[in-house]
Design a protein around this ligand. Structure first.
Ligand code: BV8
Length: 266
């Protein structure tokens, strides 16, 4: 199978299954989970696509691209302040908590989240990368400025803090806008972990956005069993060894208890 790696090269992988799924999940099973907005839906965080999707409400090009945001930063901050306010009132749900407890109980789980809401970390997960950035970090919009990205949870951010104190440019959310490259070291970390996995979860993502969605394909191409948790079939469903339909806050705890032979209790 020909799959594009993050090094931009086509890699030809064998597609023989590495492990026959189902098998018992033990503390030596290396699990990688690609998470999307769906895992936060039961916490009240809107998803991006489908009914009530965030992107249905706005012209994405005008807000969630660098040029769009900087063409009208006041409007951009209005949109992101509203999201910070709403997300600040949300809390982790049993889907986040089950993954966090899996790590706390000594299982080898690593999370690659596309989400910027911080809920997985609030649930207690530490082995995690935010490949699309974080709504709770801000950075200078001037790529040449030396100012470091900083954590900021003020809602709203005071006006004077919306300008860089080094170069005077607008500050922006430290999230990956469309047509922006993802952080190369995070990409390499995610791909390396995917290649080393014994089991790959795809949780609450439509599989629309690349290169993130590509990790499921890389896993599959390497013969790593891919299990999808969603309320409906998605663009990635063809790659799955199993699709667990239902809200992930309900399906994840049950799935983990079942496939650890009852050793993991949520
Ligand atoms: C890049 C941050 C190089 C900001 C986001 C044409 C074809 C293919 C790709 C492209 C193309 N043209 C351009 C591209 C590349 C583009 C892309 O993929 N576009 C797509 C839309 C076609 N990607 C990029 O631009 C990336 N950069 O490629 O750089 C480059 C350089 C120059 C030019 C071109 C390329 C950057 C992508 C990152 C964009 N940033 N957000 C912000 O959030 O404000 S996008 C956004 O999508 C979020 O990050 C989100 O995480 C991500 C993925 O969405 P999902 O998480 O999957 O959410 P979604 O709503 O779609 O789905 C939710 C799912 O949950 C559904 O399946 C639903 O059924 C399910 N669900 C709901 N409830 C539950 C549930 N599941 C379980 N339980 C429930 N209870």
């Amino acid at each position: 199978m020909n799959v594009w790696g993050t090094d931009g090269l086509a890699h030809f992988y064998n597609t023989e299954p590495m492990n026959d799924w189902p098998f018992k999940i033990t503390k030596n099973t290396r699990i990688t989970a690609l998470c999307g907005a769906g895992i936060s839906a039961e916490s009240g965080v809107p998803t991006y696509r489908g009914s009530g999707g965030l992107w249905n409400e706005i012209e994405v090009q005008e807000i969630a691209t660098s040029t769009g945001f900087l063409s009208n930063p006041e409007r951009g901050w209005e949109f992101y302040h509203e999201r910070r306010k709403n997300m600040g009132m949300c809390k982790p749900n049993p889907g986040h908590e089950a993954l966090a407890k899996l790590e706390q109980d000594g299982y080898d789980i690593f999370i690659v989240t596309q989400n910027i809401d911080g809920l997985q970390q609030r649930a207690g997960s530490t082995k995690l990368i935010e490949i699309h950035g974080s709504l709770w970090k801000i950075k200078c919009s001037n790529a040449r400025c030396k100012k470091e990205s900083q954590r900021n949870t003020d809602v709203p951010i005071a006006k004077e803090n919306l300008k860089c104190d080094i170069c005077g440019s607008w500050m922006r959310p430290d999230v990956v806008f469309f047509q922006e490259m993802l952080n190369p070291s995070l990409m390499i970390e995610a791909e390396t972990r995917t290649r080393e996995s014994d089991l790959f979860f795809v949780i609450g993502t439509s599989g629309t956005v690349y290169p993130a969605a590509g990790f499921a394909q890389i896993a599959k191409a390497l013969g790593v069993p891919v299990i999808e948790f969603n309320i409906e079939e998605t663009l990635l469903s063809d790659f799955n060894d199993e699709t667990v339909l239902g809200p992930s806050g309900e399906t994840l705890p049950k799935f983990l208890e079942k496939h650890t032979g009852g050793e993991f209790k949520f």
